[in-house]
Design a protein around this ligand. Structure first.
Ligand code: ATP
Length: 461
């Protein structure tokens, strides 16, 4: 995490946490037992939003192109996978512990980065940021969660919960080549849970021990790797901005030589201006032929591509865009969060891209009489089949609008006295607050057209 330049005009993390709790997006896990520290459960709207984020990623990887295929590999894999990948020996962070009063544990690299960000000497002596105490010598702490398969925990039964989804892709390279009828350049994409025993989880869902990743490994001829690395950096930046993240809050930061992972010849991180400062959203790495070569060596299988036309045999190079579902979701919420004054009252609104919004349209009878609820339910049912709709009858209309604004619902439809007379409803726009009379006939098509249209949020970039 580079952690510099805090978002001055954006919301604080505490406001985001409060909104997520208040509107049922995200709750602390095991709350009735006092929680379990930096683990979270997703409520109804959180699940819908998360599904939309993942669906947009699948759209960009699969539906909008034809050179990528999908996979869903197991969380528990043969431990040799982690030997070959280098995770068993090298997937560790430097842990230091306070020897003074508080005894807290820290990541030494994060402490040094924070000092550098404040203009200090990162190589100098460091102390506990909590109580100023002396710190222990750093010790490498492996982040993989270990468990045992079978009824007896004995030597030889250890397995690991995967710390990334990528290796599940490399070990299936041969299967995919054989069955998906692909040839380089092509990609294999996966979304799934990963687990890391982080020393210092925190900043809400930014860093947790259980999270979801969206990773794609793009296999190409070695001499094309540089070009594809450029391509994927551009594509991934475009994905975030097309889904509404303001370009001014994103940067692409190239790793320095001392920062590069053992497998990478070049990596750039897409960083977002989170409330705690610029931090990694996604890494885009040129992994060369490291992974396929390692797995070929450890498994004894040939993991290469034979081009029948040219008679050439080679180990493809790999470009990897690796993103976090939870971090992306947090960035989308932070960027969409807005508080504005409307007619002397403050309104909190999530200006989410309509395609990401958990609910697309709320259907609301204005009052509970004159057959309005029945009519509203009919309208709701006609929309529900075509577009994510919610029926909302509780409380004053103002209160219902406030609730829908806070969950980011782009459109509201009210059924009122005129509806019965002329078959029209009021359509309210979340961002412009305009209200227009539109016929019920064709309403679903109108909303689907607006959903498909290009969207630029009302906030300056
Ligand atoms: P960091 O430097 O923040 O620890 P990383 O560089 O180790 O992250 P990668 O291994 O590149 O992360 O993982 C790819 C993506 O997975 C990250 O960009 C991030 O979005 C997500 N991710 C990684 N670790 C976590 C975590 N502990 N909690 C939530 N998301 C994570």
């Amino acid at each position: 995490m580079s952690g510099t330049q805090e978002q001055q005009d954006g919301p604080g993390l505490d406001e985001i946490v409060a909104l997520c709790k208040r509107r049922g997006f995200i709750f602390p896990s095991s709350e009735i037992y006092g929680g379990v520290g930096s683990t979270y459960d997703f409520g109804h709207y959180g699940v819908l939003l998360k599904n939309n984020v993942k669906d947009e990623w699948w759209r960009a990887m699969l539906r909008d192109r034809d050179d990528i295929v999908a996979i869903d590999s197991a969380i528990i894999q043969n431990p040799r996978v982690w030997e070959a990948s280098g995770h068993l020996s090298g997937f560790s962070d430097p842990l230091v512990q306070c020897l003074g009063k508080c005894k807290r544990r820290w990541r030494e690299d994060h402490l040094r980065e924070a000092i550098a960000a404040e203009g200090g000497d990162p190589a100098g002596e460091i102390h506990c940021p909590q109580c100023g105490g002396e710190l222990s010598e750093p010790r490498q702490f492996n982040l993989m969660f270990e468990t045992h398969v079978g009824p007896v925990a004995e030597s030889g039964t250890e397995v690991y919960l995967r710390p990334e989804t990528a290796q599940g892709i490399f070990i299936n390279f041969k299967n995919v080549l054989q069955f998906a009828r692909v040839k380089p350049p092509f990609g294999i994409a996966q979304i799934g849970k990963s687990f890391r025993n982080e020393i210092t989880p925190g900043n809400f869902i930014f860093r947790t021990r259980e999270f979801e990743q969206m990773e794609m490994e793009f296999f190409c001829p070695p001499d094309e790797a540089g070009r594809w690395h450029e391509h994927w950096m551009e594509e991934r930046m475009r994905w975030y901005t097309e889904l509404g993240i303001r370009p001014g809050n994103l940067t692409l930061r190239e790793h320095g030589p001392d920062e590069l992972s053992h497998y990478s010849s070049a990596t750039s991180d897409i960083e977002y201006r989170f409330p705690m400062g610029y931090s990694e959203l996604e890494g885009i790495a040129n992994r060369g032929d490291f992974d396929l070569t390692q797995h070929a060596k450890f498994s004894g299988e040939k993991l290469e591509y034979f081009d029948q036309q040219s008679g050439e045999r080679y180990v493809p190079h790999v470009i990897e865009p690796a993103a976090g579902v939870d971090r992306a979701l947090l960035a989308f919420i932070v960027d969409a969060y807005d508080v504005e004054e409307v007619e002397g009252r403050s309104r909190t609104v999530l200006r989410l891209h309509p395609r990401l919004a958990p609910v697309k349209v709320a259907v609301m009878p204005l009052v509970n009489r004159d057959g309005m609820p029945e009519r509203a339910r009919e309208v709701y049912r006609s929309l529900r089949e075509r577009i994510g709709a919610e029926y909302d009858q509780g409380g004053s209309i103002g209160k219902r609008y406030r609730r829908q604004d806070e969950i980011g619902t782009p459109w509201g439809v009210t059924i009122d006295g005129e509806t019965a007379a002329d078959g029209t409803v009021t359509l309210r726009d979340r961002d412009s607050l305009t209200q227009e009379r539109v016929p019920i006939d064709g309403l679903a098509d109108l909303l689907l057209d607006r959903l498909a249209a290009d969207w630029r949020g009302p906030k300056p970039g």
